[in-house]
Design a protein around this ligand. Structure first.
Ligand SMILES: NC(=O)c1ccc[n+]([C@@H]2O[C@H](COP(=O)([O-])OP(=O)(O)OC[C@H]3O[C@@H](n4cnc5c(N)ncnc54)[C@H](OP(=O)(O)O)[C@@H]3O)[C@@H](O)[C@H]2O)c1
Length: 314
């Protein structure tokens, strides 16, 4: 009898929205083991609670999840965490950099440390999540940093695949909460309301990560949701679910950059930065079919089903 070889996943940034979702999927739908790496005791406790209380899993399944606190730029700590793992998923990333949390540290430095840690390890493949529009020479600081990070994985060992996705919508996440406030709120302002959005469902991103990892896909690939629409149209599609008809007045993006620039001048941790605004303002309009084909994905969650799940059912 041929027995299926079980996987052992190293997941960094495991306490984030997609990390938690990936862990739940692996615990509920596979027999694989998971080493979940976080960077604080508080994050470790969140994941402990997820496995023991929220998922209500049997002891044997809880035992498949090991939790490790590590510094994502510490090669020795990552090396120790990766012992016996056969694949890695790197979910560390930030949209907003501050004086205390730079893009360089979160993206390039964490990717460099991980490739060094895994170069001579049992890990055969890394899946990395990046942002549509990322490239090393991008004018936007966040997209350039993500692009540099992708290049570090592409040049190193083990083999790596980057999936570049735009706005991800999942139950209980920040982006869905912000969209719900728009959808249920009164009239409001929006920066460049005709910028293009192509949200993808968080469950589809997890499926894509698993497919990329299982197939040991290599290279950078763009994946987005099945429908592209303007930001104003997206807000209205959400509002339709609440029989709401708010009027969104579009403001020039230049005004947004002015406000963000001023906030950056005066606050150590401004609510919005120019780079963050630039990522959010990026026109996302890609054909997801080629990457779906590579991943063996038959279909993506429709925008209506996605909005129903994250805005209403949740
Ligand atoms: N969600 C989206 O819409 C979206 C879209 C495109 C690409 N992505 C990419 O997908 C990945 C996962 O996304 P997500 O939604 O799960 O993100 P998330 O919920 O924000 O989680 C991000 C993870 O990165 C860690 N992190 C944050 N700041 C850090 C820093 N300065 N240094 C080191 N680690 C830091 C967080 O740890 P702490 O909790 O300890 O801060 C957390 O584990 C990210 O790389 C992101 O860029 C996400």
């Amino acid at each position: 009898m041929v027995s299926k070889v079980l996987g052992k996943w190293l997941i960094t940034g495991a306490n984030g929205n997609l990390g938690r979702r990936l862990i739940v999927h692996l615990l509920q739908s596979t027999r694989d083991d998971i080493v979940a790496v976080v960077r604080s005791e508080r994050a470790l406790q969140t994941l402990q609670q997820l496995a023991t209380t929220e998922l209500n899993l049997p002891e044997a399944d809880i035992g498949r999840l090991s939790l490790v606190v590590a510094d994502y730029t510490n090669v020795a700590q990552l090396q120790a965490a990766a012992q016996g793992c056969d694949r890695a998923v790197h979910l560390v990333g930030i949209l907003k950099a501050t004086a205390y949390a730079t893009y360089q540290a979160a993206h390039e430095d964490s990717c460099s440390a991980l490739t060094q840690a895994l170069a001579a390890s049992s890990v055969k493949h890394i899946t990395y999540l990046s942002i549509v529009g990322s490239k090393p020479d991008a004018a936007n600081a966040c997209l350039a940093s993500k692009g540099q990070a992708e290049a570090i994985f592409a040049a190193g060992a083990p083999a790596a695949c980057t999936l570049r996705v735009p706005m991800v919508l999942g139950e209980g996440d920040y982006a869905s909460g912000a969209l719900r406030r728009r959808a249920t709120g009164k009239n409001g302002f929006v920066f460049r309301g005709d910028s293009l959005e192509q949200p993808i469902y968080a469950g589809d991103v997890v499926s894509a990560i698993c497919a990329a990892s299982n197939q040991q896909l290599v290279g950078g690939h763009d994946l987005a949701g099945p429908e592209c629409l303007t930001r104003k149209q997206l807000y209205q599609r959400g509002a339709d679910l609440f029989a709401n008809t708010p009027i969104f007045v579009s403001l020039p993006i230049g005004l947004g950059y002015l406000v963000a620039g001023l906030l950056e001048q005066f606050l150590g941790n401004p609510p919005i930065t120019s780079a963050m605004l630039g990522v959010l303002d990026h026109d996302d309009n890609i054909d997801p079919e080629p990457t779906m084909k590579l991943l063996g994905m038959q279909q993506l969650t429709s925008l209506d089903a996605m909005l129903q799940a994250v805005l209403v059912a949740d």
